[in-house]
Design a protein around this ligand. Structure first.
Ligand SMILES: [Fe+2]
Length: 288
């Protein structure tokens, strides 16, 4: 009997390709068996949404701990939020995640999962959209897939993260992040450790992606434009409109995500907590 049958978890796919709304009951204090069913749903649907959980701070950390190893955020040392980070958008603090990315892809062993927990949602807008990296790979022709499997991308914290650190905490903070996380080559195509499916490993909005290793700048630019285009295809996407208490849990190696900025400045207030969960696997070990 499948675990999902055993635990009678309701799973409603948002589309055949990506995303599902699941109802596993309260995740606070859930058994490891229930968490395993949730993990299976994440792998199958790439991103799952759970309503009405209201898990914040220690409760969110506890859930992350059951899913793997909660990871220190690069901004932790100046925000005093080692693992669970709060992000609040107000008129004074505009949105800054509105471009396709997978989190911390410049780490040797980047997160396996990401969790967002909503505390305050705009009256309209501010959705988070997820787009499939499996479909981004599948969209390519077989010969181009073959070429991509030989390539590496250069990943780095990028101006987005460094600029944020600079604004929050001054140039020394940004410098420290840049020094701790030098640019790193990662395989462009990876084999997912659980599903065995091939996926592109790229930040579609170039957030943490500098270019193709060994390519001339114009070659790199042309190829990245081609590779990133499928993330904009609505057929590859799941879009979530937030209500306080909602959770999104996604597979960092199977999707890109972006937080839409359309609510700003009309309905500016949006508050989230996030946590990244690692499994200790360097991306290099997943090269296809
Ligand atoms: Fe993110």
């Amino acid at each position: 009997m499948a675990l999902s049958t055993l635990h009678r978890m309701k799973v409603e796919p948002l589309s055949p390709l990506i995303g599902a709304v699941i109802d596993p009951g309260p995740l606070k204090g859930a058994s490891d068996a229930v968490i395993e069913v949730v993990r299976q749903a994440i792998h199958e649907h790439q991103v799952v949404f759970v309503r009405g959980q209201h898990l914040y701070d220690d409760d969110l950390y506890a859930l992350a701990k059951q899913l793997g190893q909660p990871m220190e955020q690069p901004t932790a040392f100046f925000r005093n939020e080692p693992t669970v980070a709060s992000f609040e958008i107000t008129l004074e603090r505009p949105p800054r995640a509105d471009n396709w990315h997978t989190d911390l892809s410049f780490y040797e062993a980047p997160p396996a999962y990401g969790v967002l927990s909503n505390m305050a949602a705009p009256q309209a807008g501010g959705d988070t959209v997820f787009s499939s990296s499996y479909m981004a790979y599948n969209a390519l022709s077989a010969p181009l897939q073959q070429v991509c499997r030989m390539l590496k991308l250069v990943h780095s914290p990028g101006e987005g993260l460094l600029g944020y650190a600079r604004r929050e905490s001054g140039p020394a903070a940004a410098e420290r992040i840049a020094n701790t996380h030098p640019a790193r080559e990662q395989p462009l195509v990876i084999r997912h450790p659980h599903t065995g499916r091939l996926a592109l490993y790229v930040s579609g909005g170039r957030a943490f992606t500098e270019g193709v290793a060994g390519f001339k700048p114009d070659e790199s630019e042309a190829l990245l434009r081609l590779l990133c285009a499928p993330y904009d295809n609505p057929n590859h996407q799941a879009r979530w409109r937030w209500t306080p208490g909602d959770l999104a849990i996604w597979d960092q190696r199977a999707v890109n995500h972006r937080g839409l900025s359309d609510h700003f400045p009309a309905f500016p207030h949006r508050k989230m907590q996030s946590v990244f969960i690692g499994d200790g696997r360097p991306i290099a070990t997943l090269a296809a």
